[in-house]
Design a protein around this ligand. Structure first.
Ligand code: MGD
Ligand code: MGD
Ligand code: MO
Length: 756
């Protein structure tokens, strides 16, 4: 992973996002990797009703779709999957695992699609081909030889379809464990925990159309220009309808500032020529890393002061008395919060926070969107509950143009959770699953992602099976997670592209290549859930990259039948042959899926029930709860700084499409550390200098070396580096309270001239 980026070029970031560059870049990736005919076919089916659900993000599709309902990053994701490049047995015969381990993530991914099952035998140096049947019986044999089912861990990434996810969790629970960690544990788990407790549902309360009915959108800890580009069209639509926008982010992300719609059919035919950029954020609050809770408390403190001076002028008294509990506790907590702490924690002036508070008070309705900038902190759950508190004070949930919008990442991460991919189970899910399949589910909660790593490290877990994803590169503490996997007896990756996890093997390791979402799966189709609870079908259009690929559903069914044998009554082969049967079973287990097979075939699909959107809060108390937690922010010892880890415009999580980050002026390299120029001067650093970064935790220091310092508009004392290159710095033990999400957005570090 540690190649130097000799060709790195740094220029000032552009002033506007998307526009013509987005179109040309999309076409370069599509035509370059797929060829013109395939690329055109793919583009025309992406995010169309009955077409392929885009792999790149979980943003929903508009009701009235234009012909090219995709974005630059969707195009890159499609091109990456539908590439014409292939790697088969010759590739693995020619490259030892050790040799592959020395290559960069970018190189690994660009080799092409995996084409046949491969095995690395004990003591082996190279992966060799293995027949599907043999691979499956190898895994089944190992699983059945374990002293306890809890010695196996079954990870899921968020691209897995509803159908595959449902069967996968069923298999794992019939096998006898709840060890179902998933990428969500590292992603929006803090959101799920916070919202479930506060409003009774861990998901968004708005739909796309609310953006056109709102007076204000707050985007906090999210970079939609890169990570949910189609959201920019919704933000632009909100602005066009007269809404204001506030961005709360340490970085002045261009996607939050200005946008040129690359799709002329969205109603602005001149915009693609760069003539009419839409201004987005009216106010940018350059919050200090980890200072969001301070900002939210500041906003609410101002609102309480105004409300007391003129009762009823700011708060929605009727909503509060009818629908909520805990108001007095929140008021007391805010009274006890000092302005000095709010200003220190947020790094903002009181004037800046007041300006934002005025905008919220002036708005009849508002939407708050958030993502990883909020969820990956020690106090993430409490911070998200302060977002809810802010909305409850104004009665801004469950009416048009108002509500909560956590923006989920992976295209079906939300659906996977709905299907039961979780190391826990709700009582309703448990009861329904047991009734439908007549078996006893394992009683104890399973291991989440961070706990799984610890269990593999100390030998409690011996088998690691991954349904997608790239566990080693995505998890915190790269050294620890590598050691954890290498400590396993067996590691298995069901994946589409070669990645670092596949070359960080246990004693025996398998690569099981599967169909991607863009590929034809016989007569079958699958379905996914967007971040706004819309369930839709997705049907592949391309011939599979190889005749040896199998669907995720086929792999799960084969493995379940081989492992469970007579212990399971489930007709796994029938499920694999007809996905309608899986959907019928889902309908009987998961509430909200009535007439699944019928409704999923309706163009545009259907919406799952969303009680908070209707003003109903299914918490135990039957009300939305104000949650009062004391203010927290990162305290940094002298000489240290805070580091956050971010995505570039040229990656999808650990899949690196290219080495540029156009929106931040970075070209040709990823091993960079963004710093405030004054901090650099204080440390005697100039732009382009090589630096080492050290992180500090109770169990010792961690390092990354030979990165390049880049002067950037970031608050003093704050630094940023790219995920996954900076993951070696994130201590395994540093997690958000109650959600166990690694604190990838807030690590205490020091930066010094490189010793390399
Ligand atoms: N093209 C592309 N699309 C993607 C992905 C991808 O990698 N590439 N990943 C997908 C996935 S799984 C996810 S979860 C989403 C992620 O989408 P995002 O959450 O937008 O992704 P990140 O780059 O992690 O950055 C979050 C933003 O938080 C800001 N930030 C960092 N620290 C703080 C802080 O302390 N406070 C505040 N307020 N802001 C902070 C950063 O400056 C950055 O703008 O995107 C999804 N979509
Ligand atoms: N430092 C730091 N670490 C982070 C984050 C951060 O912001 N900072 N973000 C976290 C977040 S939000 C997330 S979601 C995780 C992501 O963690 P993961 O979901 O584990 O990682 P990805 O990079 O999305 O997984 C990519 C791999 O999935 C496989 N794949 C692609 N498509 C398919 C498919 O259709 N089926 C199957 N079976 N496999 C497929 C490919 O082989 C590819 O190599 O990372 C987390 N880690
Ligand atoms: Mo994510």
């Amino acid at each position: 992973m540690s190649k130097r980026d000799e060709k790195l070029k740094v220029t000032p970031p552009p002033e506007t996002s998307a526009g013509i560059h987005a179109v040309t870049n999309a076409l370069r990736h599509l035509y370059g990797k797929m060829g013109p005919i395939r690329a055109t076919r793919g583009m025309l089916r992406l995010n169309q009703k009955g077409g392929i659900d885009c792999q790149s993000c979980a943003w929903p599709d508009p009701e009235h779709r234009t012909i090219n309902e995709f974005c630059e990053n969707g195009a890159k994701a499609l091109a990456d999957e539908a590439t014409k490049q292939r790697i088969g047995r010759e590739f693995f015969a020619g490259h030892s695992v050790e040799e592959l381990a020395a290559q960069s993530d970018f190189w690994l991914n660009s080799q092409g699609r995996l084409t046949e099952p491969m095995v690395l035998r004990e003591g082996g140096t190279h992966y060799e081909p293995i027949a599907w049947e043999d691979a499956i019986s190898l895994i089944a044999g190992k699983l059945n030889s374990l002293a306890s089912p809890d010695e196996a861990v079954f990870y899921t990434s968020g691209r897995t379809s509803n159908e595959a996810a449902f069967l996968y969790q069923l298999f794992v629970r019939q096998f006898g464990t709840n060890n179902l960690p998933d990428c969500s544990n590292m992603c929006h788990e803090s959101t799920s925990v916070a919202l479930a407790e506060s409003i009774g549902l861990g998901k968004a309360t708005i739909r796309l159309e609310d953006f056109e009915r709102t007076d204000l959108v707050i985007v906090i800890g999210q970079n939609p220009g890169t990570n949910a580009p189609r959201m920019l069209a919704s933000l632009a639509a909100a602005k066009k309808a007269g809404a204001k926008m506030i961005a709360i982010n340490p970085l002045p992300e261009v996607g939050l500032t200005s946008f040129v719609d690359p799709n002329p059919q969205h109603g602005n035919p001149l915009s693609v020529l760069g003539l009419r950029p839409s201004k987005l954020a009216d106010l940018h609050l350059p919050v200090r890393i980890g200072g969001d809770m301070a900002v939210l408390k500041g906003l609410m403190k101002i609102m309480f002061e105004r409300e007391r001076a003129e009762p009823g002028s700011v708060f929605d008294r009727d909503f509060i008395s009818q629908n909520t509990a805990g108001y007095a506790e929140l008021e007391a907590e805010l009274d006890a919060t000092e302005w000095a702490a709010i200003l220190e924690g947020s790094g903002l002036t009181r004037g800046e926070i007041e300006e934002a508070a005025e905008m919220i008070i002036a708005a009849r309705s508002f939407i708050t969107c958030w993502a990883m900038g909020v969820t990956q902190h020690t106090a993430a759950v409490a911070t998200i509950q302060d977002i809810v508190n802010l909305h409850l004070l104004r009665g801004a949930i469950g009416r048009p143009g108002a509500g909560l919008c956590p923006v989920r990442g992976h295209s079906n991460v939300q659906g996977d959770r709905t299907m039961g991919i979780w190391e826990k189970m709700t009582p309703v899910f448990r009861e329904n699953l047991e009734r439908e399949f007549a078996f006893r589910t394992p009683e104890l909660d399973g291991l989440n992602t961070v706990e799984s790593i610890a269990a593999m490290l100390d030998g409690r877990a011996k088998v690691f099976f991954a349904m997608g994803g790239n566990f080693v590169a995505a998890s915190p503490d790269t050294a620890a997670v590598s050691a954890a996997l290498q400590n396993c007896d067996l590691t298995v990756q069901v994946i589409t592209k070669l990645n670092r996890t596949a070359i960080t093997p246990g004693k025996v390791s398998l690569i099981l290549p599967c169909l991607g979402r863009s590929e034809i799966d016989g007569e079958q189709f699958v379905s996914t859930e967007s971040t706004m609870l819309n369930v839709q079908m997705s049907k592949g259009i391309f011939e599979p990259a190889s005749e040896h690929l199998r669907s995720e559903v086929w792999i799960v069914c084969g493995l379940a039948a081989a492992t469970l044998g007579a212990r399971s009554d489930v007709d796994w082969h029938a499920f694999a042959a007809d996905y309608d049967k899986i959907r019928d079973a889902i309908e009987r287990v998961v509430p909200g899926f009535e007439n699944y097979n019928e409704r999923v075939r309706v163009p545009g699909g259907f919406y799952l029930p969303n009680p908070p959107r209707e003003g109903v809060f299914p918490t135990q108390a039957g009300k939305a709860l104000f949650k009062a937690a004391p203010l927290e922010y990162a305290k940094v010892p002298a000489g240290r700084m805070l580091m956050t880890t971010i995505r570039s415009h040229d990656q999808f999580n650990t899949t690196i499409y290219g080495l540029d980050d156009r929106y931040r002026g970075i070209d040709g390299g990823r091993r960079v550390v963004f710093m405030h120029p004054d901090d650099m001067a204080e440390l005697g650093l100039a732009g382009g200098d090589r630096v080492d970064v050290t992180s500090y935790w109770a169990d010792g220091e961690r390092h990354i070396r030979g990165f390049e310092a880049v002067p950037y508009k970031i608050p003093r004392g704050c630094t940023a580096a790219y995920f996954p290159e900076a993951n070696p710095l994130i201590p395994l033990g540093s997690v958000a309270r109650r959600s166990f999400t690694p604190t990838s957005k807030c690590v205490v570090v020091s930066v010094a001239a490189s010793e390399e």
